[in-house]
Design a protein around this ligand. Structure first.
Ligand SMILES: NC(=O)c1ccc[n+]([C@@H]2O[C@H](COP(=O)([O-])OP(=O)(O)OC[C@H]3O[C@@H](n4cnc5c(N)ncnc54)[C@H](O)[C@@H]3O)[C@@H](O)[C@H]2O)c1
Length: 353
């Protein structure tokens, strides 16, 4: 059986999940991990028994035996240089979102991967959430008819909002709504986004973290469809990294309402009060099963590399999503709609995300 050797750069929360998935997959021969936090490196080494474990990812880059890298490091300024290094070294790359901080950087990565025939994909994990996949299926098989509108509302808890904005000033559009923008744009293909209007609220996080509390984004497509995506990160701290999402897709022949609010499992204890296990966006290992999309997403990438299959999330799609959330940031700042594709002036005025 064909097997591949995989390197993981950054084995924190997500990278830890990816390393564990790789360690337990029959597709992976050698696992190599790089993590600058020695304590975390030791922890994940103990869990996954990698062939090599280092604090310097460049050591892994020099290893010709490694076929593919998964980049799960933070802060997000690391994404572009790490992906560039890996692609230049001729490795296939799975990169957590965001793809980069500027469209120019994203273009460079997209071109490099295409010119060198390398797999390159971005971690839009919610595409691997079965509820989300059901929306895609219902559109593809005609159950809903012609798409008319989509509404997705996502809120995550403040502990995660604090974690993210403690390391980088990226908006909820760039860091949270991005998942749902990716999903909705993918569902609406081949329609293309032509205009974005967004509003931001700045009551809680601005003074302490310099970021918005939530953003609401309306995207108009070239077939007249309208997508509305809202995302925020100020819910009171809850089960580690609790997230709640509601979805509504309306078409000419039907409508689909989905509750992904993660309130279906309630655990209450004398010590911890009420919590909702299995309620994070990536999901978590529960004994012998993984509850959430990140495991399936990781396996998908391993299969794409091993069997030379196409990746689910193309870098071109991720680049388009980036353009939409950059336009959303700009729209909220200017308080006016931003046409797409963004013109040169808008691109230069959009803050790096
Ligand atoms: N798909 C999803 O559902 C999802 C959920 C959360 C986060 N994310 C994305 O995944 C990425 C990782 O998020 P996280 O919550 O796991 O972050 P994290 O902070 O828990 O982990 C990142 C790790 O990278 C390590 N690191 C930093 N610089 C490094 C370097 N030079 N070499 C090796 N390791 C290095 C850090 O020490 C840390 O352990 C983020 O960019 C985020 O946008 C995706």
């Amino acid at each position: 059986m064909k097997r591949i050797n995989v390197g993981i750069i950054g084995t924190g929360w997500c990278g830890g999940i990816r390393a564990n998935t790789c360690a337990n997959s029959a597709l992976v021969d050698e696992l190599h991990i790089a993590e600058i936090n020695q304590q975390r490196l030791d922890e994940v080494t103990k869990q996954t028994g990698p062939k090599t474990a280092t604090t310097d990812y460049k050591e892994l880059l020099a290893n010709d035996a490694i076929d593919a890298f998964m980049i799960s490091a933070t802060p997000e300024v690391t994404h572009f240089p790490m992906a560039l290094d890996c692609l230049k070294a001729g490795k296939h790359v799975f990169l957590e979102k965001p793809i980069s901080l500027t469209l120019k950087e994203a273009d460079e990565l997209v071109d490099l991967a295409r010119d060198n025939n390398l797999k390159f994909t971005i971690g839009y994990s919610q595409r691997f959430n079965p509820k989300f996949a059901f929306v895609k299926k219902s559109l593809n098989d005609g159950t809903l008819g012609e798409p008319v509108s989509a509404l997705i509302s996502r809120h995550i808890s403040r502990n995660l909002g604090n974690k993210i904005s403690g390391r980088i000033k990226l908006s909820p559009a760039a860091m949270e709504a991005t998942h749902d923008l990716d999903f909705a744009l993918w569902c609406m293909e081949p329609a293309k986004p032509i205009r974005v209007y967004a509003q931001a609220v700045n009551k809680v996080m601005r003074p302490t973290h310099g970021v918005e509390d939530c953003m609401w984004i309306i995207v108009t497509m070239d077939d007249g469809t309208v997508l509305t995506v809202g995302a925020g990160w100020i819910m009171p701290p809850a089960y580690p990294n609790f997230s709640t999402t509601t979805i509504e897709f309306v078409g000419s022949k039907g409508a689909l309402m989905i509750d992904d609010s993660h309130k279906d499992v309630m655990l209450t204890t004398m010590d911890g009060g009420i919590v909702h296990p299995m309620s994070t966006m990536p999901g978590e290992q529960v004994e012998h099963v993984f509850a959430g999309p990140m495991h399936a997403e990781t396996i998908h990438f391993l299969e794409a590399v091993t069997y030379d299959r196409p990746v689910m999330v193309t870098p071109e799609q991720a680049r388009k999503v980036m353009e939409v959330y950059m336009a959303a940031d700009l729209s909220a700042e200017r308080n006016e709609p931003v046409p797409l594709p963004m013109n040169a002036r808008d691109i230069s005025e959009a803050a790096p995300v």
